[in-house]
Design a protein around this ligand. Structure first.
Ligand SMILES: [Mg+2]
Length: 242
């Protein structure tokens, strides 16, 4: 005889809730913008750099497949752009300056976004919370440790990219069906579209500063897509989904 088994009461309504980190839980892009200003200043005496941002972005995009996301790849792309702009006559001390501003980024303090701690505190224990972030492993581990948010998470996933397959693998590894999974983040391209593609729900929290590479069109008419202004609205949405 088989008996239908209901999940234990405490499991009922429990979701896997994925959180992006950079510019969802803590500030990130602002440090890239400040660094780009410092980079432009370091080159001011050596070249006309009116299209510096475009050239730097082009170098980053060229190098993504080799360097991956993160500050170390960004630093190498700054050096490459500087060589390009100076016809390879970049003085050594400017290379040293670029390396230094890259290291400063790797030391930047972790600045939590509003309601980050309170939201995680409210959700911990009620849902399975998983941090899903991409970038340099070492840098993401540093920021997580400095954030003090680590204890709220049941799992940490530092991945090289966020594709539909990345999310399918994460959901499968946690043994949770995609329709019981929700991802929260500031990037339509990385945190929202591939998640919806994998069959889960997604909550978009726009950030004023989002890297142009992460821009994408908003999904239309998808009942599993939500948009809120900040993290404090997340528990209410999860309650509706659960
Ligand atoms: Mg982000």
């Amino acid at each position: 005889m088989t008996t239908a088994v209901n999940p234990p009461a405490r499991e009922a309504g429990r979701l896997l809730v994925g959180f992006d980190a950079d510019d969802t839980l803590w500030q990130n892009e602002q440090f890239y913008r400040l660094t780009e200003d410092a980079f432009a200043a370091s080159l001011a005496d050596y070249c006309e750099a009116t299209d510096l941002s475009e050239r730097l972005l082009a170098a980053e995009r060229r190098n993504l497949a080799l360097y991956g996301f993160g500050i170390k790849g960004f630093t190498l792309s700054m050096i490459e752009t500087a060589l390009e702009l100076t016809n390879s006559e970049l003085p050594g001390h400017i290379v040293g300056r670029i390396l230094e501003i890259g290291r400063e980024m790797l030391r930047h303090p972790v600045d939590l976004l509003p309601s980050a701690r309170e939201t995680l505190e409210a959700l911990a224990g009620r849902h399975r919370l998983v941090l899903i972030t991409k970038g340099d492993l070492f840098d993401q581990e540093r920021k997580l440790a400095a954030s003090g948010l680590g204890p709220f998470f049941d799992g940490i996933e530092i991945v090289s990219d966020k594709t539909e397959l990345t999310y399918q693998n994460i959901f499968a590894r946690h043994g949770i069906e995609p329709d019981r999974c929700v991802m929260i983040g500031n990037s339509l391209k990385s945190d929202i579209l591939p998640v919806l593609g994998a069959g889960a729900s997604a909550i978009f929290i726009p950030h004023d500063l989002t890297w142009i590479h992460e821009h994408a069109e908003k999904p239309e008419g998808d009942p599993r897509f939500f948009e809120v202004a900040d993290l404090s609205a997340v528990p209410g949405i999860l309650q509706a989904i659960a």
